[in-house]
Design a protein around this ligand. Sequence first.
Ligand SMILES: Cc1cc2nc3c(=O)[nH]c(=O)nc-3n(C[C@H](O)[C@H](O)[C@H](O)COP(=O)(O)OP(=O)(O)OC[C@H]3O[C@@H](n4cnc5c(N)ncnc54)[C@H](O)[C@@H]3O)c2cc1C
Length: 685
Amino acid sequence: METLRTLPGDDVRQIMWRFADRYDIQMALQSARSLARTLVARLVAEGARNTHEWTDHKAQLLEAFDTSGLTALFMEPHQGGFIEGPKNLALALVAFELSWVDAGAATCSLATNLALAPIHERGTQEQRDYYMSNCVPPQPGEDRKIFRGAFALTEPLPYVGVETNTLVGKVRVAEWEDGKEPMLQVDKRGRFITGMDFANFATCAVDTDDPRIKTSCIVIVEDTDEGLFDRGAPTLKMVHQLSSTRDPVFNLKVPASRIVGGYTVKDGVIVPNYTHSEIIGAVFHRTRVPVALMSTAKLLSAVEPVIRYQRQRYRGGDAVAGTPKYDLGIQQKPDAVLRLADIWATGEAGASLGFETARLFDQLDPTEKAKDKIMAERGVVGPKSQLSALRKVEKLAIEYLALESMPEDKRDAARFQELGEDTLVRYVLLESLANILCPACKLWNTGHGATVMRESLALMGGYGITEDCPGFLFHKWADTQLEATYEGPEAVQRRQLSITMTNEVFLAKLRIWIDQFTLLAQEKPETGAGIVAKAMELWLWTLEFLHRAKDPSGARLYHNRRQNVTFPMADALCWIMASRCQVADLLELAEKGPENPIVAEGLEGTLGFLSDLSMVQAARAAGECARICATMVNGFGPQDEAELTAFDKLRSQLDRSLSGAALAKDRAGYALTQVMIPEALDYPM
Ligand SMILES: Cc1cc2nc3c(=O)[nH]c(=O)nc-3n(C[C@H](O)[C@H](O)[C@H](O)COP(=O)(O)OP(=O)(O)OC[C@H]3O[C@@H](n4cnc5c(N)ncnc54)[C@H](O)[C@@H]3O)c2cc1C
């Protein structure tokens, strides 16, 4: 039987992650790769990470980002960029590519984009064009300095990090002369602010401290504004040292036109068009996805150095060329390759989940703009009114899903078309998925990814925790913890999921996936689709049970404040979502792979191997899901016997679906002993 010949190359990835026809993205990715494997790798190898200070050594990165085009990646062509339209997938792929070598460098390249994100998502057209155009490197003949930004949400007091609703930073009216634009006094102390060494503007979240300003908002401050723009003390961090982080202090007078998204004046009161939390919601919705993929890049980047190390271990001494000990080293024993298969499988699932989320946002972005336009035309203003208007659309979205899942000849084609063309329906469908996939990839790829990343060091033995360890694996392991922390640590993602995962539109979609994967399992059992279907079914049953069941004290089980229920269920869902996306990418490769002559060569082996990984991952995901669901159903008992019997039946079906999963792992392990790897790692130690 054909097995994996070489590690999957770009052609395979372009199909799986759906950018085979996007040459603009492929070019950006190549720029990122060559920069990562030259300058970034050199900086790490030369010890640039040994200091938390921002040095001239590290500052070479900024110029390299500018000259390679990465700085302009986020911008529209009319602002000096080169990719038209949504760029979530492009940004995610570039972050992935840089993090393949060093995630701090990736963060450094994204810091200004994070500062721009509030302006991009909710800024006025003028704000957007002004700041985005100025963040593009000057063209030949242009005489201006490039803007770089920082995003200041978190604060030192009172420990505002996760609770983004609490803000100590304040905004007041400084001067307001009749008929003139009001001047604001912005007072904000930031904690752990990325890019602060070189930022000349910052987007700061502040609360109102003045009856003449209605709500909180985000304000843009610049280093030339009147007052204090103190970059503050550097953060003594031991991760992501190739980005700059400080605790800045701002006390600045700025015109009210710097309120992101603008404002109106009602009865002598400044009313920001968006509160800070409305803007942050939109920002983190998107920016969390590249962060999730930063951790995933590390797992996949570990595969090659680990194989190389394992095969070389035990060479020399009495090992004679041609013997298994000489050729395979540690890989002559199955445990090493089985553990590596787990790392690789987790990386595949994380990539599938992350890139699917990025692509989803590329669809959502224009739909959201179209939705906002419709809402404005209908006079539906403000997030609360929008929310209640969209609630009514949920029914239509569920109707659309029901029609979509019917055989073509049985459904009402006219109604299906009508709903399919309805922008609001489309928006509700996409948003209900984004609300799951975004927190899921941020939580699972980084949190679980960090745990699995540890294994790659373990497979290097003592070497893994020395400076000589190839692939900078130790740094990568430590860095994943920051990725699990910033832009909202795990609790924040679980809290979001605990609310969004009960959305009826999402649950309708989940039911459809269960049916589809159940069918797929008959056609392609090797993908693990049957296991994923059973896991989804068990999760859904348990969620419904938790809504009807009570504990012995009579208290409801599924409740906002009961994080011993909502959080584990959120975790279980992440496992399933990752596996579902992994199976989907596999199907894409099976369908499109034969059309590409480079991929077609050796496709059988690649597909067989990736299917085995998918099955391995599905089995692990189902196991986690079953464990969590069993704890939920039994752990708050005693429960009604009929309920327990129904659960046991589903769980035993899930266990049965694991048939062949261990064989798949055996095969994956064997493939790892056969796969060819390049002579040397393509970036230095
Ligand atoms: C290197 C670095 C760069 C950063 N860059 C930026 C930046 O550019 N801009 C910016 O604004 N911020 C930045 N941050 C801040 C980062 O976003 C915060 O560190 C993060 O949001 C977590 O907040 P915290 O550190 O205060 O953790 P804490 O709030 O102290 O949380 C500690 C733990 O408690 C849990 N927890 C907290 N509250 C709850 C709750 N209500 N329910 C359940 N569990 C809870 C958390 O999940 C976490 O596990 C950066 C941080 C670092 C380290």
